[in-house]
Design a protein around this ligand. Structure first.
Ligand code: HEC
Ligand code: HEC
Length: 289
C-alpha cells in the first residue's frame, strides 16, 4: 500500500516548511489480526461502492500501519490495556444511577446479548428522534431520558468505557453503516467536511488519510484514519480515546479551528468516516500509538 507522495502533498510540504512528509514506509499487508487465537478480524476490504472515485485501492484498518509490538498488544485480551476499561464499563452497566433507580442492565439485561451487533451500525438514524445518533448520543439519551441520570461527558473516560463495552459485543462483525434514506443529507455534509481543506496547512482529512496513507508524517506512519477500532487505547496517553477526541486532535494538527466533540459537524463527519470503513471488522478496543 505504499503510495507516491502526491502533488497535493508536495504543496502541503511547501506550506509546512518542509518538515512534514517523510519517505514512504512499507506496511505489512499480509499481517493477520486474530484476537485470542480465535476472533478473525478483517483488516483490509474492497472499497465501499460510495468510494469508487477515491484515490485508494482498498480500505485498511489502522492496525496494519502500526509497529509489530503495538500490533501484538491487540492480539490477546490479556495484553490489551483497553480491556481494563471494558471491565470498568461493565461496572457502570450494572450500577443504578439517576432518579428512576435504574441501571442499563435493568432494561437491557445481558450486554453480550442485547448489544450484539449494535456498534457495527452506528452512527444510525433514529426514527423517533428524527436524527442521526452516534453511539455516544444514544448512551446519553438512555441516561437522561430513561434513567433520569446526568449525561456522560462526550469524550469522557466513563463514556469511552461504556462505548468500549458495547463495541466489544460486535468485535469481528463487519462495519455496516447505512448512508441512504434519511441519513443521506448528514452523510453528504460529513463527506464535504472530509474533503474541505482548512487551517494554516491547508489540509483536509483526505490530504493525509486518502492521498498519503502509507507515507510517514514526522515520526508517524499514516493510516487511512478509519474508526472501526474506536474507542482506541493509545500508548501515547495510556487511556481510551473516542473518535471525536481524535478528530479534534487531527484538525488541530492542521492548525485550524476545530469543531466541538458532539457538534453536528463532528456527528456528520463520524457518519461519513464510519461509512468509509464499511466492510472492515469492528475492532474495539484497539491499540494504537
Ligand atoms: C428504562 C429502560 C432503559 C434504560 C435504563 C436504559 N435504556 Fe438503553 N434503550 C432503551 C430503549 C427503550 C431503547 C430504544 C430507544 C429508541 O430506539 O429510541 C434503548 C436503546 C439503547 C441503545 C441502542 C440499541 C440499538 O439497537 O440501536 C443503546 C446502545 C442503549 N440503549 C444503551 C444503554 C445504556 C448504555 C444504558 C445505561 C447507561 C441504557 N441504555 C439504559 C431503554 C433503556
Ligand atoms: C496532517 C495530517 C493529518 C490530517 C489533515 C488529519 N489526520 Fe488523522 N491522523 C494523522 C496521523 C499522523 C495519525 C496517527 C497515525 C495514523 O493512524 O494514521 C492520525 C490518526 C487518525 C485516526 C486514528 C486511526 C486509528 O486507526 O486509530 C483517525 C480516526 C483520524 N486520524 C481521522 C482524521 C479525520 C476525520 C481528519 C479530518 C478532520 C484527519 N484525521 C485529518 C494525521 C492527519
Amino acid at each position: 500500500m505504499t503510495k507516491q507522495t502526491s502533488t497535493k502533498a508536495l504543496l502541503a510540504l511547501t506550506l509546512a516548511g518542509g518538515a512534514l512528509w517523510g519517505a514512504a514506509a512499507q506496511a505489512d499487508e499480509d499481517a493477520q489480526l486474530v484476537i485470542n487465537g480465535e476472533i478473525e478480524i478483517v483488516t483490509k476490504a474492497p472499497l465501499p461502492a460510495h468510494m469508487e472515485e477515491a484515490n485508494m485501492d482498498a480500505i485498511y484498518s489502522g492496525w496494519l500501519f502500526r509497529a509489530d509490538e503495538t500490533q501484538q498488544t491487540q492480539m490477546d485480551d490479556f495484553d490489551n490495556p483497553g480491556m481494563i476499561f471494558v471491565d470498568q464499563g461493565m461496572d457502570q452497566w450494572n450500577a443504578v444511577d439517576g432518579s428512576e433507580g435504574k441501571s442499563c442492565a435493568s432494561c437491557h439485561e445481558d450486554v453480550e446479548t442485547s448489544m450484539k451487533g449494535v456498534r457495527a451500525e452506528y452512527p444510525k438514524w433514529n426514527d423517533n428522534a428524527e436524527e442521526v445518533r452516534t453511539l455516544v448520543m444514544q448512551i446519553n439519551d438512555c441516561r437522561t431520558e430513561q434513567m433520569g441520570a446526568e449525561p456522560y461527558g462526550y469524550t469522557s473516560g466513563k463514556m469511552a468505557n461504556m462505548e468500549a463495552l458495547i463495541s466489544l459485543q460486535s468485535r469481528g462483525m463487519p462495519v455496516d453503516v447505512a448512508i441512504d434514506g434519511p441519513a443521506e443529507s448528514m452523510w453528504a455534509q460529513g463527506k464535504e467536511l472530509y474533503y474541505t481543506r482548512t487551517g494554516q496547512l491547508d489540509l483536509s482529512c483526505a490530504s493525509c488519510h486518502e492521498e498519503n496513507y502509507g507515507n510517514m508524517i514526522r515520526a508517524d506512519h499514516l493510516s487511512q484514519g478509519q474508526i472501526n477500532g474506536f474507542p482506541v487505547y493509545r500508548l501515547k496517553n495510556t487511556k481510551l480515546n473516542t473518535a471525536h477526541a481524535r478528530f479534534k486532535g487531527c484538525v488541530r494538527d492542521t492548525r485550524a479551528e476545530t469543531f466541538k466533540p458532539g457538534s453536528p459537524e463532528f456527528v456528520a463527519l463520524e457518519l461519513y468516516v464510519a461509512s468509509r470503513g464499511n466492510g472492515l471488522s469492528v475492532e474495539a478496543p484497539s491499540v494504537r500509538n
